[in-house]
Design a protein around this ligand. Structure first.
Ligand code: SAH
Length: 256
């Protein structure tokens, strides 16, 4: 069948961590896959959903080069011409900071059919882990998902929604706190940092914008999201759901 564009590509959001956070549809599509292209952030236990498939690691942590991205696009096209069902497995949701646009473009240019199966993005897993709803009646009417990093590799804050969740702040949490203050957030804005959301060893901590830098050491080397504003506030009397919870700034928290 080589040469004819007979296959199709299914983008699947794997969710943020534990394999059971994938959707039923995602698991069903995986079970039909001939080949799976996956990223570094996805849980190895997901392989059990597709033992029949060939698994190809195309992931890289941190900034991915345009050339690497082009190579992934080319590999997807090649696989789709040789296989029936090609799965492109991505951490969280494919539509959120997942370079989905570039990969869809490469496939569209080659005339290959695509489908996207959504997944649980890190911001939602962090909200679930900490029992902190992102929207709040009256006070939290808008929710924003932002990357802390610009395409040029500089750090950027923002103050657009009542609750903002920042991805990819990495180790630069102190700088993010300063950028957020400069962007207009009040000094007493609640900030909740969650790393490895959705995993058994998830970790959450409360901060203020001025001491956000303290979170860097606590969450070092772990994928981390930073929730700022209305949705970062603990719900009164809610216990943490068994998650380790640290409050280095002495802001209200339950002991582990
Ligand atoms: N598509 C993914 C995001 C990919 S960008 C999603 O929807 O979640 C990678 C960034 O996502 C990381 O730098 C980190 O900010 C965040 N992230 C991914 N997995 C995470 C997790 N389990 N816990 C906390 N943050 C996570």
């Amino acid at each position: 069948m080589a040469g004819a564009a007979t296959g199709r590509v299914v983008f699947i959001g794997a969710g943020p961590g534990a394999a059971d956070l994938i959707t039923v549809r995602g698991a069903q599509r995986l079970a039909q896959a001939d080949v799976v292209l996956f990223d570094a952030l996805t849980d190895p236990a997901l392989r059990d959903f597709a033992p029949q498939a060939r698994w190809i690691d195309v992931g890289k942590r941190g900034g991915r080069h345009a050339t690497d991205q082009a190579a992934i696009g080319a590999l997807l096209v090649r696989q789709a011409r040789e296989q029936r069902i090609v799965v492109r497995l991505k951490g969280g949701d494919p539509s959120v900071f997942g370079r989905l646009e570039e990969e869809l473009q490469a496939l569209a240019a080659a005339g290959i059919a695509c489908e996207v199966v959504p997944g649980v993005t890190a911001a939602l897993a962090a909200a679930a882990d900490t029992l902190r709803p992102l929207s709040r009646r009256g006070k939290g009417r808008s929710v924003g998902l932002s990357t802390a990093m610009t395409a040029q590799g500089t750090l950027q804050g923002g103050c657009h929604a009542d609750t903002e969740v920042f991805y990819m702040a990495g180790r630069r949490l102190g700088a993010l706190g300063r950028a957020l203050l400069a962007a207009g957030w009040a000094l007493d804005t609640p900030v909740c940092v969650v790393s490895r959301a959705g995993w058994p060893d998830r970790l959450a901590s409360d901060h203020g914008l001025a001491d956000l830098g303290q979170a860097a050491l606590l969450h070092a080397g772990r994928p981390t999201v930073v929730t700022v504003g209305a949705g970062a506030r603990a719900v009164a009397h809610a216990a943490q759901a068994g998650a380790l919870h640290h409050a280095p700034a002495g802001v209200g928290s339950a002991a582990p």
